[in-house]
Structures are given as structure tokens and as C-alpha cells.
Write a protein that binds this ligand. Sequence first.
Ligand SMILES: *Cc1c(COP(=O)(O)O)cnc(C)c1O
Length: 373
Amino acid sequence: MKTKKMKDKILFTPGPLTTSQTVKQAMLRDLGSRDSEFIAIVQEIRQKLVELGGAKPDEYTAVLMQGSGTFGLEAVVSSTVPPDGKLLIIINGAYGKRLAKIASVLKIDTITLEYPENTIPDLSEIEDTLKSDNKITSVSVVHCETTTGIINPIKEIGALVAKSDARYFVDAMSSFGAVPVNLHEFNIDYLVSSANKCIEGVPGFSFILCKLSSLRETAGYARSVSFNLLEQYQGLEKNGQFRFTPPTHTLAAFRQALEEIQTEGGVNGRAGRYRKNYETLIEGMRMMGFKEYLRPENQGYIITSFLYPDDPSFSFEEFYESLNQKDYVIYPGKVSDANCFRIGNIGRISEADIKALLVAINQTITEMGVKLK
Ligand SMILES: *Cc1c(COP(=O)(O)O)cnc(C)c1O
């Protein structure tokens, strides 16, 4: 059977992302889930993920979990907060709110500290809350809040959590692999990310980097069978296998993606390309007259929110559709207090792709008759 060669659109989104040809090609295999070759792939992935977290294998382990990123978050919330525990959730965007929703459905006792979406969490308030409420057993925060692209101070928050008895849990979904972290130095007990973000794999699983001493004390905590993090870990350790059907093709692609991040110079190399994408993007957008939602000092290089132009001839739907027809896919905003759209800088995209996108944006606003200045 001959299939027509199609050119994919370029994805300037927070995931799934544009991936390399070689990552896609790595999926053209049917591997048995109990085959020694597949088991070796899983082993290699787990080992390399610990290395990317700047950690040592006797202190941290990587547990892979079927499903999208949210499934990994749900695994951590549902199986690492003690039955009578209390979770502090620091929120400044939609993903922090999602953590609160997970905890609420699981009927976990929760306290939240909520901040506007363009504002960094208040460290002294976090410190006071940890000091005054000794029932708190777990603290969670999102690293790059993909809602806006703001980068939260996970190292500083980790230092505050270290002064308490609580465990520290970071949603680093959209940053891991492209923004340096050191699990040990940041005092992180659990860090969650997924296959289809900055490592540039395809969707299908999430991974949780766990401090072994913390994970081992969670026996009996799990509130679900599928999401049981400790049992997933024990299964992987026992025979290298998943407890239930693994996404074999996704894992083969991910092994290739890990090789490609290494070739690019690891986390710093990847950060360099994304940062260049970001700088090219904001320079071009500013030149056209677009304004960013965040102050530059809070803005990361992962994804950028832009305010809708203040001109009645601008319609986001029309803007989006026109770019889509030119084969460029951007992302609608989710910000609650301002009308924004977002452009992602991550995935297998280069400065040349960003420049081509800028040309298309310029063309589109001219066609729409939008005046920006
Ligand atoms: C992408 C993302 C998630 C998870 O999303 P899924 O759709 O479940 O993969 C969670 N948190 C953040 C910060 C994200 O960027």
C-alpha cells in the first residue's frame, strides 16, 4: 500500500509538538512488551531520565506511567499523600488549578495559595503557611505554568519545604529537559513530566522522577490500582516490565528522542535552541506591535502569551484559522483576566521556522486590516 507523503503543519503549541523524522521512524517496529529488547529500552530510558534530572541512581529513580501528563500528576497526588495527609497547592494558572481538582476528587485535605496568573508566588507567604500549619505533609507547584509561560521559583520553594517535614512535588511537564533542574539541590521528592514536551517524543506516557527514600515510605497510601506509583516502581524493578500494557511504540520513539537531546548538548543545548526561538519570536512580534502578557523578567522561553491587538478588526478565530491554512498552528489562550493567544517555542522547530511564522503573522494581520500601532 502506498501512502501519499503529507507535509505536517508546524506546531507552535505546548504539546503534542513537532517531532523529528527519526523519532517518528523509531515507531515503525512491533516490539513485544516482555521482549528483552523492549525491556532494555525501558531500562535505558529510566536511567537517562535520572541523569537529565542531575541525579544519582542510588538517590532517585524514574517511574514511567501510561497516559498523558495528567495521569502522572494523578499518580503522585493519589499515591504519595498519606491517607490523613494535607496537600498545599501553590497556584498561578490552569495547571495548578488542575492539581487542586485532582486532590478534590480524591477527597484529599487541601490548602491552596492562589496568585494572579502574571504573578510569581509569594515566598514569605509560603514560608508562613508551612510554619503555621503543621498538618501539611505535601507541597506542590508547577514549574513553567504553561497557561502563561511564567517560570515559578521551584528552587526557592524547595528550600522552604526542606525546613518542614513535608514532601515536595513539582509539575515540570513543560520545562523538564529544557530548563535545568537539580533534583537533589532543589529538594524535590517527585517531579513529573511527559513524553511529548521538551524531550520531543510522541504522546503516550508520563514519567515521575522520585526520591527513593520518599517513595519507599508510601506503602498503603495509594487510592487507585492503575495509578499506584509504588507498585508501578516495584513492577519495573522486579522484571523491567510495566504492570499493564505499555505504549511500546511511544517508548521506542522516546529512546530515540533521548539520544537526540544528548546529541544537541543535553538540557543546556536544548535550552539554547529554545531560547533563540523565543528571542527571535518576541523581537519579531514586538516589531509588528504585539505586546506580551507577562513582564519579561517572569517570562520563560518555553511558551509566550501575547495580548490580542486592541483593534476591533482583530478576531482570534480568523487569525488562528488563517495561520492554520498557512500550515502554522498556534495555541489559544487560557488566561482568565486578559485575552491572549500563545505561541510555543518548543518541539523540533528552529529559528527559521519562527521567522517563517512571523512572516505569516504579518501577512495575516495585513489581510485582516488590523492596526497594531
Ligand atoms: C502539558 C501540561 C500538563 C499535562 O497535560 P496532558 O494534556 O495531560 O499531557 C500538565 N501540566 C503542565 C504544566 C503542562 O504544560
